[in-house]
Structures are given as C-alpha cells and as structure tokens.
Write a protein that binds this ligand. Structure first.
Ligand code: NZQ
Ligand code: ZN
Length: 388
C-alpha cells in the first residue's frame, strides 16, 4: 500500500424517514438562509420537496430556489445559481437530487467565493480556496458526490465535460433516504449500478500491487451491487435492496476505496464524459459502452488482475489467464445488457465517421489513464472496439 492521508468530513444521515432532519442540521451549522438547488421536478412528484421545505420552515431556515438542473449539468445553470445565491445573500446551499444536482451545487459553492469565472477551476487554472457550505438530500445513489469532493460540469459552449475536486467542496451533511429512490425509472436504477461498478473498476484496475484489503473491499461492492440491482429491476420498492445499493454507491467513490493506490485509472470515465457531452447519453449508459471496450484494449497490461477479476466476480476458473480475462469482459457486457443498458456506440446512434470527433474531444485531456497511458490513437482504438 502507498502512504496516504484520509479525511472525509461529510456527515451522513442514512435511512428511512431521515429527511426531516435537514432543517436542524442546517441550523446547527449557523446557517439561516439557503439556496435550494434541484433538477427537473422528480422531487415535486415524490414528496421529497415538501418534506424538505417543511423541515426548513420548522427550524426557521429561509430558502430561495433554482430548479431545472439537467442530467449532465451545464455551466449556464451553475452561473444562474451563483448569481441568485449572491443576490439573495444566502449563507448555505442545499442540493436535493442526484449527482447532477450535487455537482452543480459544488460548482456554485466555489463560484460564490470567487469573482472570476467558475470554469477557471475546471480548467485547472487555479484551485478553490474556500466555498459556501453545502448540505444535501440525495435522491439517486450512483456518483457518491454526496460524500466526496468532486464535481463534473459541462461547459456547453466549448463541448467540455470536465471535473474539479477540492476538499473545500465536501458537503457538510448529506441525508440518504433510500426509500425515495423507489420512484426511479428502471433505466436510472440500472445506470446507478453501472456507475457504482465503474467507480470501483477505475480503482481496482489502476495496477497498484499489495492492496489486498482494497481488492476484497472492491469485489464485495461489485458483487453486492450486481445482486441488488437485479432485485430492484424486478421489485423497485424493495427497501433493503435500495439501501444496500445506495451504500455501495457511496462506498464506491467516497475515498475509502481509493486510498493507498495510484489514484485510479479514470480513462473510461473521461472517454464517457465525451459521449455525454456530444450525444447527451446518461453517464451510466455511456460507461456500459466504454468500460468493456477499455478492458479489452488494456487487459494485457496486468493480466493477473484481470484473471483475479474473472475468478472473483464471474467464477471463471477454466482456461489460460488470457481466456479467463476475455471471458470475464464478455460476461460483464452480458450483465450490462441484462440491465437493458446499451453496450455499443452503434446502439446510441453514433456513426462510424464520428469516432474521430469523439476521440478529439476526449484527447483534449490526454494522456488519459494510469494502467496504460492513452493518447488520441489509443482512445480511437477503444472507440472502434466499443462501436460494434
Ligand atoms: O431532474 P429530476 O427530475 O430530479 O430527475 C432525475 C434525473 O432525470 C432523476 N431522479 C433523481 N432522483 C429521482 C429521480 N427520478 C425519480 N425518482 C427519484 N428519486 O434521475 C435522473 C438522473 O439524475 P442525475 O443526478 O443526473 O444522476 P446521477 O446521480 O447518476 O448523476 C450523474 C452525473 O454525475 C456525474 C456524471 O458525469 C453525471 O453528470 N458524476 C459525478 C461524479 C462525482 N461528483 O464524483 C463522479 C461520477 O463518475 C460522475 O461523473
Ligand atoms: Zn461515474
């Protein structure tokens, strides 16, 4: 294991019936007025908005709001919310939603403490020094944004979906009530599982040696996720499966699984972000297409790790190392298909002549990856594998 420092300051309140604690938590931080940030309205239909605002009123927390955050959230909405937060002189931000809402809220939190364009942080021109306090009520578990310091935003004018991470962006408090996720449509439930698995893969396959505890931890999260997403596609209101899937998602990317390693690979995520920005595909669906293709392109870089993956996740014990690795990659694709996720670029309407444009977009941040450093030509080869 490599040396590490791990400090995650986010307080998590987890479980059924916990949303009514949000007002008290905000007040306990000395915050009297918040900007609520939410998405396209699922929270208005499933009662979450009502429950949150009731709790705020009970604890004398004033609020104003910005809605309409879209999946694959955009910079213009971030700017609208920064302006509103400044005009209204709010003291804190309250995300109600999933990764897109949380990521927007994090961008607003650093933007409120900066006079320049918040995109500067995503371009890595400078690091955020401080941020407005963030609170959240999570309604879809996938990204772990509720308990990490990352944010991914699309600059729609420049076709860039880029990330920013800073310890100042950890939420102070996140409430996770898995019950409210019962209203997720099946494709979103599938996306959450794929994204959770993908986060674990990014860490698992970064090539670090001597991290047995993390490999076992990762395999546990992968197996549990695969088991419970299947239950939920049959029985969306199964609370115990919702709860276990939700906590798998948080553990997948709250840093606990990333310590002691080389930082993760992240090439597949970067390539997927280009698909999201160019084709509007949801993050989980894009990962179902990119990950198996990336694996096929890089498995020889650390064949032992892929053999372990084959044995531990798919019980593949017969054959050479290479045969096992290739069989596992095929099984992974079959699993994603069984969730009704797309597994080829063709399925989401990409044309062969467009692969170059996708490669150009992803290569803006090249070289990508840790297990194998990928330049534009490598990214194009992965896209070719992902095409059919
Ligand atoms: O907008 P509303 O109407 O709320 O609908 C949302 C949205 O359409 C819906 N939804 C959420 N909770 C619901 C619900 N529908 C019914 N019932 C509920 N309880 O779900 C849709 C997707 O929401 P979104 O927030 O986009 O999903 P997710 O949490 O998967 O977030 C994806 C975004 O996070 C980024 C992705 O790139 C993508 O932009 N990521 C953020 C990361 C991070 N901050 O660490 C890491 C990830 O790898 C990822 O890149
Ligand atoms: Zn992800």
């Amino acid at each position: 294991m490599k040396n590490f420092v791990y400090q995650n300051p986010t307080k998590i309140i987890f479980g059924e019936g916990t949303i009514n604690q949000i007002g008290k938590e905000i007040k306990n931080h000395g915050v009297n007025k918040v900007l609520i940030i939410y998405g396209g309205g699922s929270i208005l239909k499933n009662g979450v908005y009502e429950e949150v605002t009731k709790s705020l009123k009970e604890h004398d927390v004033d609020y104003v709001e910005v809605s309409g955050v879209q999946p694959n959230p955009v910079l213009s909405k971030v700017q609208e919310a920064i302006n509103k937060a400044k005009e209204e002189k709010v003291e804190g931000l309250l995300a109600i939603g999933g990764g897109s809402v949380y990521d927007t809220t994090k961008a607003v939190s650093i933007g409120c403490h900066y006079e320049g364009n918040v995109w500067d942080f995503y371009e890595r021109k400078l690091k955020p020094k401080s941020a407005m306090p963030i609170f959240g009520v999570l309604t879809i578990s996938a990204t772990a944004s509720e308990m990490n310091m990352g944010s991914v935003i699309t600059n729609e004018d420049e076709d860039k979906k880029w990330s920013c991470g800073s310890p100042v962006m950890y939420p102070k408090v996140s409430i996770i009530d898995p019950k409210v996720q019962a209203t997720l449509p099946p494709n979103q439930t599938a996306n959450t599982a794929i994204d959770t698995m993908a986060h674990v893969f990014e860490l698992y396959f970064d090539g670090t040696e001597d991290v047995d505890v993390l490999m076992e931890y990762s395999e546990g999260i992968i197996r549990t996720t695969m088991k419970h997403v299947k239950v939920l596609l049959e029985d969306p209101t199964n609370y115990q499966s919702r709860a276990q899937l939700a906590w798998c998602a948080t553990l997948g990317l709250n840093g606990s699984n990333g310590v002691g390693r080389s930082g993760g690979d992240w090439a597949s995520h970067n390539i997927e972000h280009s698909l999201s920005v160019l084709y509007g595909v949801s993050h989980g669906a894009g990962l179902a297409i990119v990950f198996p293709a990336w694996m096929k392109y890089v498995y020889k870089e650390n064949i032992d790790m892929f053999e372990r993956f084959a044995e531990q996740i798919f019980n593949i014990t017969e054959g050479t190392k290479e045969e096992k690795a290739l069989k596992a990659i095929e099984e992974l694709k079959i699993f994603f298909k069984s969730l009704n996720a797309p597994v080829t670029l063709k399925e989401i309407g990409v044309k062969p002549e467009e692969l170059d444009e996708i490669a150009d977009n992803a290569a803006m941040q090249a070289p990508l990856g840790t297990l194998k450093k990928l330049e534009r030509e490598d990214i194009l080869e992965i896209l070719k594998i992902a095409y059919k």
